[in-house]
Design a binder for this molecule. Sequence first.
Ligand SMILES: C[S@@+](CC[C@H](N)C(=O)[O-])C[C@H]1O[C@@H](n2cnc3c(N)ncnc32)[C@H](O)[C@@H]1O
Length: 98
Amino acid sequence: MKPFLKWPGGKRWLVSRYSHLFPKKFGTYIEPFLGSASVFFYLAPAKAILGDSNPDLIATYSGLRDDPLAVEEVLLTHEMNHCEAYPSAKVLQLFAGF
Ligand SMILES: C[S@@+](CC[C@H](N)C(=O)[O-])C[C@H]1O[C@@H](n2cnc3c(N)ncnc32)[C@H](O)[C@@H]1O
């Protein structure tokens, strides 16, 4: 899986260049600085604890977990209005009420 957000400091580059260094087996994946979640989506762990100090970001991921179709609808509307393949940090404000 790939991230759906463009995020400053995102680790897409790390996943694309150095994924061979990631452990193949691990227990619970703990990510306190989730951001665009590049590593999380790449590893797709069975069990994870995710956090971030940005409440809009957490609201977005909570919405994705609890009501993915509603999140998809917001993202599609955003894409139609802004012609962006990836929403940026600004669009997270759309999810503030999730
Ligand atoms: C560069 S992004 C993380 C990238 C991500 N781990 C990945 O796999 O692409 C950094 C994130 O850390 C969060 N952050 C910064 N300081 C924090 C803190 N003290 N506690 C929790 N999250 C924090 C920011 O809101 C931001 O979303």
